[in-house]
Design a protein around this ligand. Structure first.
Ligand code: IPM
Ligand code: MG
Length: 362
């Protein structure tokens, strides 16, 4: 039976980059036997404009029913003044929470062809291959109580809660250790155990889980030091596992090591391997509609989808090889452009990937 993929273009550059990724899916379906059926729905600001809610029930139902979800990006200045409960970001957080997508995998890989595009010296970043495993449905993003309250004095007080149960920490650490077993067998657990009790527990549980993986070397790092180490000597890391908020911050930082946030895919998985796949960059409203957004992070997210949710590792490799071949051809969107290459736009980049895919070489 066909695998069902729900396509959620979202806002800003979302629709432009997702369109290119869909071309790639169509190509794999039409020419390489990938058995899929696609549906499309609204999420984020686009959904709010349509129905007054960033995650309409119809979209959630389709997502629950799908084998995998591809999401572009959500948010933009147009919706920034809305109440937080209906902001586009709530659509994304709602999907993560409702689908139970607790494990967010954010690889930061430097393509050798792009070493010159990083702001860091190429000897610091060349060969970089880090995987950040971010907890995605707990922590301060979801903790209660939360909100802004007015005190008796009339002054307002904002409040969010950092909370993790042992089982939440246990399951995300297991994801990190399982993946580390298939990679460099090193896990760095990032916390702020010197200040926050919640992450003191995080460290304790990480050590306990580590006991089940004697072949994996476990280290610990405070988040401030981890941020510094990521820009000082990023190649010391293999797999990093951390909380929702720390992972949000560190993954942006890791992304920049690779030259452009426009290159990095992500997977958000539930306990059974069902997942939502999205580029880690946002909706980039400043360049939306100008045709220059880099679709490669979204296209590479498809590769993760094929590998993790659709059991189609060979198809995933096709995509990854095609992306690498396009970079070899010197084709670059502006975010990854360096002298001596050819600057192209979103649609041309999508077309270039499809054309390589269709050539006998892949
Ligand atoms: C991310 C984004 C989201 C997050 C926003 C858009 C809610 O920054 O996926 O990293 O904070 O998780
Ligand atoms: Mg983020």
């Amino acid at each position: 039976m066909s695998k069902k993929i729900l396509i959620l273009p979202g806002d800003g550059i979302g629709p432009e980059i997702v369109r290119e990724a869909v071309k790639v899916l169509n190509c794999l379906r039409d020419h390489f036997g990938l058995d899929i059926a696609m549906e499309e729905a609204l999420v984020g600001g686009a959904a709010f404009d349509d129905s007054g809610h960033p995650l309409p029930k119809a979209t959630l139902d389709l997502a629950l029913d799908a084998d995998a979800v591809l999401l572009g990006a959500v948010g933009g200045p147009k919706w920034e003044s809305l109440d937080i409960s209906v902001r586009p970001e709530k659509g994304l957080l709602g999907l993560r929470g409702e689908l139970g997508l607790f494990a967010n995998l954010r690889p930061a890989i430097l393509y050798p062809q792009l070493a010159a595009a990083s702001t860091l010296r190429s000897d610091v970043v060349s060969g970089l291959d880090i995987l950040i495993v971010r907890e995605l449905t707990g922590g301060i993003y979801f903790g209660q109580p939360r909100g802004v309250e007015t005190l008796a004095s009339g002054e307002r007080r904002g409040l969010n809660t950092l909370v993790y149960t042992e089982s939440e920490i246990d399951r995300i650490c297991r994801v990190a250790f399982d993946i580390a077993m298939k990679r460099g067998k090193r896990v760095c657990s990032v916390d702020k155990a010197n200040v926050l009790e919640c992450t003191e527990l995080w460290r304790e549980v990480a050590i306990r889980v580590g006991g089940d993986y004697p072949q994996v070397e476990l280290s610990h790092m405070y988040v401030d030091n981890a941020a510094m180490q990521l820009v000082r000597a990023p190649k010391q890391f293999d797999v990093m596992v951390t909380t929702n908020l720390f992972g949000d911050i560190l993954s942006d930082c890791a992304a920049m090591l690779t030259g452009s946030i426009g290159m990095l895919p992500s997977a958000s998985l539930d306990a059974d391997g069902k997942g939502m796949y999205e580029p880690i960059h946002g909706s980039a409203p400043d360049i939306a509609g100008t045709g220059v957004a880099n679709p490669l992070a979204t296209i590479l997210s498809l590769a993760m989808m094929l590998r993790y949710s659709l059991d189609a590792g060979v198809q995933a490799e096709r995509i990854e090889k095609a992306v690498s071949a396009v970079l070899d051809q010197g084709l670059r969107t502006p975010d990854i452009f360096t002298e001596g290459n050819e600057k192209i736009g979103t649609v041309q980049m999508g077309d270039a990937v499809v054309s390589v895919l269709r050539s006998a070489a892949i």
